[in-house]
Design a binder for this molecule. Structure first.
Ligand SMILES: [Zn+2]
Length: 344
């Protein structure tokens, strides 16, 4: 019986050592120490032993039970620690992994161009002014030498709110408002960027809503050469120092004389290509010396004060500068288009 107990002990300890799961330990416990376990089986046979042998075997059996129990507990603790370690390792956060990208927006190309133009003119001493988009007929037309019935009004057909209120067709009313505010005895140097509206059918080059930036310089002794110098500076800063400008006679009701400004084509350097339609020049903006009637209506004495004005479409500037071929792209919020210019 002694040998039997010794065998049980060695066998159990061997199994405990090689066990690598808690479940296995439970099985070992049942197999040796359980009600139907082998150690229990041996103890049941003790009745057949002599009185002398009984305590010796009993003591030995207890010792085997304790040894197995202790070994089971120790191994159990070890396996639990290992399991915890493994879990910690598996669930560890790898701080070196790149994070999930956050969607960051960017400035709209049009906003960017407007700000660029603003900065450029602020550098030349201009002030940035804004005005209402719903404008009176007086400021939008009459104060700009476009009385009711003037044929040039047809070119600017717009959305009327009432007979006297309309969505402004240009940013020029801001000029008229500013001049009036200055009361005819101060020089004015300002630009006014903003949204304007026309009853145009949308296509690649027309939109019923677009952006304008107009500029105005009123003072004593402001001359046409000042206008030319200002526009030349603008063209070179916006499109590169090699650009030449050209002024062509034109007509606007609020300026006299009026001009259109072209810049030499960047693509062919004035040689003629498809971008400039073979002319070597690209039309950029309209300008002119402020009409005496406009000065007078704003309270300025045209014999003392003179001035120039110019107006441009930032969409057109952006289209030329970045090769955008459809004005509608500025308004359709296609992220694939907008994203291209986030770092422009
Ligand atoms: Zn060209």
């Amino acid at each position: 019986m002694k040998e039997q107990l010794e065998t049980i002990k060695q066998e159990a300890l061997g199994r405990i050592v090689s066990a690598d799961e808690l479940k296995e330990l439970q099985d070992i416990k049942v197999a040796y120490l359980g009600k139907k376990g082998s150690l229990t089986g041996v103890l049941r046979g003790m009745g057949k032993l002599s009185k002398e042998e009984r305590p010796i075997i009993g003591e030995l059996a207890n010792e085997v039970r304790e040894t197995i129990t202790t070994a089971l507990e120790e191994k159990g603790q070890k396996l639990e620690e290992l399991a915890l370690e493994k879990q910690l390792e598996e669930e560890a956060i790898d701080v070196t992994l790149p994070g999930r990208p956050v969607n960051v927006g960017g400035e709209h190309l049009l906003t960017k161009i407007v700000e660029e133009i603003e900065d450029l003119f602020i550098g030349m001493g201009y002030e940035v002014r804004e005005g209402p988009e719903v404008e009176t007929d007086y400021y939008n037309f009459e104060a700009l030498n476009l009385p009711k019935g003037h044929p040039a009004r047809d070119m600017q057909d717009t959305f009327y709110v009432t007979n006297e209120l309309l969505m402004r067709t240009h940013t020029s009313p801001v000029q008229a408002r500013t001049m009036k505010e200055f009361d005819g005895d101060q020089s004015v140097k300002m630009i006014c960027p903003g949204k304007v509206y026309r009853r145009d059918t949308d296509d690649a080059t027309h939109s019923h809503q677009f952006t304008q930036i107009e500029g105005l310089y009123v003072g004593k002794d402001v001359r046409m050469s000042d206008l030319k110098g200002t526009l030349d500076q603008f063209a070179k800063k916006m499109f590169g120092k090699d650009r030449e400008i050209r002024l062509r006679p034109s007509f606007f009701p609020f300026t006299e004389p009026s001009v259109e400004m072209d810049i030499s084509c960047k693509v062919c350097n004035g040689q003629g290509c498809s971008v400039c339609k073979g002319t070597g020049w690209i039309e950029i903006l309209g300008a002119g010396m402020i009409h005496p009637n406009v000065l007078e209506m704003a309270g300025y004495d045209p014999k003392v004060y003179t001035g120039f004005a110019f107006g441009m479409g930032p969409e057109r500037i952006a289209m030329l500068k970045y090769g955008v071929n459809d004005i509608r792209q500025f308004y359709t919020n296609d992220k694939r288009f907008l994203k291209q210019y986030h770092n422009a």
